[in-house]
Design a protein around this ligand. Sequence first.
Ligand code: PLP
Length: 396
Amino acid sequence: MPTSKRLASLGNAVFARVDAAKHAYRVETSSSARPDLVDLSIGSSDLRPPTVLLDTMASAVMDPRSGSYCLQAGLRPLHAAVADWCRHRFDVAVDPDHEVQFLVGSQEGTAHLPLALLDPGDAALHLDPCYPSHTGGLHLAGASSHALALSPEQDWRPDLTALSPQRWDQLKLFVLGYPHNPSARVGNQDDLNRIMATGAQHDVVIAHDNPYVDLALDGEPPSLLQAPNWRECGIEFFSLSKGWCLGGFRLGFAVGASPLIAALRRIKAVIDFNQSLALQQGAIQALQSFPDWPRQLHPIYRERRDRVVETLTARGWSVPCPEMAMYLWFPLPDGARHRGWSDEDAARELLQRSGVALTPGSGFGAGGRDWLRMALVRPVDELMDAASRLADAMDE
Ligand SMILES: Cc1ncc(COP(=O)(O)O)c(C=O)c1O
C-alpha cells in the first residue's frame, strides 16, 4: 500500500517498539515459569490522583453535555483555571482567552505545534536526546531538523556557545524542555532566559515542554513563564499526566504568546474537538483545589530514587543520582559493554533475562546511545526487586 515519505521519516517509535517486545514477553511468559513483566520502560505513574477528582469526573460523565463535542468556547472555565494556576504557581497573569490552550496531553501539543509554524524545509532545533514527540512533530511538518547535542560531560545542559548568531538567524523554532527527559536533569532558569531572549532577538519561536515542572527533587525547575521575553515568541507546554498522575486521561495545556496559541488552535480545529467536559472538570479541580499535589509525591519518588540508586550502585552499576522524579538515566553497565551490546541489545536482553523492561537511550536520539532509562513507576519494594533482577541477569 502506498504510504507517504513523511511516514517513513518517522521511523519506528521507541515506545511502540518496546511495547511490542513487552507484549511478546507477556505472551511467552504465560506458558512458562518466567517471572512476570515489570514495566519500567514508560513514565506512566502508578501513583493515584486525589480520589475526589476521580469522583468529580465520574459523576460528570453522567451529564449529557459530557458526551457532546466541546468546541473552543466550551473551554473557557478550564482556561480560566489554568490562568489561576499560572498566577498561583508563577505569579504571572495570563489571558485565559488568548494565551492558553487546552491539549490532549503535552505530547499532542508539541507534536502539532510545528505544523502551525513551519513550512517544509524550514530549520528547527531540538535537543538530542529528547522526548520523541519533539522530533516527531518536526518530521511531520517536513522541517529540516537540527540537533543540539547534550552530553554527560556538560551534565546534559545545552551548550549555547554551539549556536552562532548566523545559526540562530536560520532557525524558525527551537523545541526543548527542562526538567529534561530522559537525562532527569532539572536545568536552570538562566539558560532558559538566555534562550528565550536570543530567540526573541532572532525571531525564533521557543517551545518549552514542561510536564515535570513540579517534579524536581533537587534544584529549582525553570519555566518559560518566568523568562522576561516569553510573550514575544514563547510557548510552554504543561501536563496533568505526571504531577497529578492522570496520564491515561490525556490532559495538558499550553500557555504562550497569543499568536502562537491562535496558530496552534487552528491546527487543532482541523484535528480534534478537545477532551470531554467530564475530563475537563477533573483538570479544573486538580488545578484549583490541588495545585500542590505534585509536590506531595516528592518523598515517594525520593525514596524510590535513593533506594534503587543504592541497590544498583552496590552491584557495581554506575547510576548518576537524578535531580528529577520518575526516571533513572544511566550508562550501559560494564557487563553489557563487555558483551558488545548496544543499548537496544541491552534493553532486549535484560527484558528476556530478568523480565524488567527499560527504555534504550537511543530511542531518544543518537545522544542517548549506550544509555538506559528506568522509570520509577512501581512501589519501592518492587523497584528494588527489579533492580536486583537486572543486576543478576547482567552477572549471569
Ligand atoms: C518531556 C515530555 N513531554 C511530554 C510527555 C507526554 O506528556 P502528556 O502525557 O502530557 O502527553 C512526556 C511523557 O513522558 C515527556 O517526558
